[in-house]
Write a protein that binds this ligand. Structure first.
Ligand code: ADP
Length: 495
């Protein structure tokens, strides 16, 4: 048994990677799948397409490594979180498209919930801010809007899962209907302290208990993939939501350590250990992935649109050939000339929680061209991250010393230098920025004895490049106040 196989199912693509016993990635392949935007603010995916993409990426990974499933000790799975799939227990057919985490279709319902007496119960039990982001209102939407779904769900004929659950159900041919604490903590149906589905929350959202998966620790054997799909039976021994997997993959095992991931969205997580955080600055409390039986927590700031703004420049505006090109184009001008892009394409997440806000490009003059817009887009990502870090520092009362970074857009040196400048903090990029896949591999490897201990894994983490802040405080403050004005303008009127 020479490898751990990590399945990393993201928002835009499914990846599969192999890791050896030194935590080194020896192969990785990916397959992308489509998101559909049927109405403004709506985002959907096809559950079957997600599964096929994951299977395709996995088979090609084994091929490219010239190995077979027989050499795999265990599988770790990590996934886009909150995305909601409901399927028929007997036929295995999804009853509707997957409702993606970014989708705003339940924003009105969530607004009415926020104004109701249930609001304080929900936030206290889940550690979350009431928002369309989380799974519960999405499940409710499916049960309310798909013909017969509500009755079937009550009769025990339908199953719910986030994408981890869906993939494991597929891999085990329906034998395992499971999830882990980190994914379950994003559904808005779990009591985060107890780690159990909560009857009161289930009643509020109208979700029958029979639909829900069994919750496992993130590092434990939760099922066995059947030989039909990959060529041999393989235990599934690690599960974690992508951001918690990334925190683990960055070796942020101890309280006080933090990371930010620049993927489709941006997610900053700070490990708070066994202490369940209660944020006073609109951050989220969440379960961290851990190896022990005891609950581990993190405080999280979530931004819906990060690298996705760069994708928008490429796919919708057509001003980039590829995402990587944004680095050189942004660096070709000294500044944006006062242009700001607030990418509130699906509203604003932490710390604003404004579902109705929409994106805005401001400060345009006749001198504004492609380079300024590209630069404003990358800067917009970094400004949003500063908002998260400021909220975290205000919550903890302690300044963050440095920030570990990862995710697809962390390859962008311009972005990370600007991030260091606008935060006034050191940014550290590790050798392996695919920390999501790595974290899932660690969790699976620790559960099966492939990796020995957290101490061993800590030794694997290595910095590749450090970005030191170089901007003057005056300039930083000036740019920052411009950003704050831009955000205020794009907030929903009256909020
Ligand atoms: P996810 O796991 O959420 O699907 P990834 O971590 O793979 O996302 O990151 C992909 C995102 O990062 C895309 O939105 C893409 O536009 C952006 N991206 C990738 N490379 C770069 C780059 N060099 N500069 C800026 N953005 C990038």
């Amino acid at each position: 048994m020479r490898f751990i196989l990590s399945l990393d199912e993201g928002t835009t693509s499914a990846r599969a990677a192999l890791y050896d016993d030194k935590g080194r990635r020896t192969a990785m392949e990916s397959a992308s799948f489509a998101s559909k935007y049927p109405k403004p603010g709506w985002v959907e995916q096809d559950p079957e397409e997600i599964w096929r993409a994951q299977l395709d990426a996995t088979r090609r990974t084994l091929e490219s490594a010239k190995t077979s499933a027989a050499s795999i000790a265990a599988i770790g799975i990590t996934n886009q979180r909150e995305t909601t799939i409901v399927w028929d227990r007997k036929t295995g057919q999804a009853v509707s498209p997957a409702i993606v985490w970014q989708c705003r279709r339940t924003a009105d319902f969530c607004a009415s919930l926020s104004a109701s007496s249930a609001a304080s119960v929900i936030t206290r039990k889940t550690g979350l801010v009431i928002d369309a982001y989380f799974s519960a209102s999405k499940i409710r939407w499916i049960l309310e809007n798909v013909p017969d779904a509500k009755q079937k769900a009550h009769d025990g004929e339908l199953l719910f899962g986030t994408v981890d659950t869906w993939l494991i159900w597929k891999l085990t041919n329906g034998a395992a209907h499971v999830t882990d604490y980190s994914n379950a903590s994003r559904t808005m149906l779990m009591d985060i302290g107890l780690g159990e589905w909560d009857d009161e929350l289930l009643r509020i959202f109208g979700v029958p208990q029979a639909m829900l998966p069994r919750i496992f620790p993130s590092s434990a054997v939760a099922g066995v993939a059947v030989a039909e799909h990959l060529g041999a039976e393989i235990p599934i021994a690690g599960i974690a939501g992508d951001q918690q997997a990334a925190l683990f993959g960055q070796a942020c095992f101890r309280p006080g350590l933090s990371k930010n991931t620049y993927g489709t969205g941006c997610f900053a997580l700070l490990n708070t250990g066994s202490r369940q955080p209660v944020s006073r600055h609109k951050l989220l409390s969440t379960r961290a992935a851990s190896t022990g039986k005891d609950a581990q927590f993190a405080v999280e700031g979530s931004i819906f649109i990060g690298g996705a703004a760069v994708q928008w420049l490429r796919d919708k505006l057509g001003i980039l050939k590829n995402a990587a090109e944004s680095e050189q184009i942004a660096g070709s001008v000294e500044n944006t000339g006062g242009v700001y892009l607030v990418p509130a394409f699906v509203g604003l997440g932490s710390p604003h929680w404004d579902s109705q806000a929409r994106g805005m490009l401001s400060g345009i003059t006749q001198g504004t061209g492609r380079a300024e817009i590209v630069r404003a887009t990358l800067e917009g990502i970094a400004y949003q991250v500063r908002e998260l870090i400021e909220a975290m520092e205000a919550d903890s009362g302690e300044p963050l010393k440095e920030l570990r970074v990862d995710g697809g857009a962390s390859a962008n040196n311009f972005l990370l230098q600007f991030q260091a400048d606008i935060l006034g903090k050191r940014i550290v990029r590790p050798v392996d920025v695919e920390t999501t896949a790595l974290g899932a591999a660690y969790l699976a490897g620790l559960a099966t004895g492939f990796f020995k201990s957290l101490d061993e894994i800590e030794q694997f983490w290595q910095a590749e490049r450090v970005f030191e802040p170089a901007m003057s405080a005056v300039k930083r403050d000036d740019l920052w106040s411009g950003w704050k004005r831009a955000v205020a303008r794009c907030r929903y009127e009256g909020s």
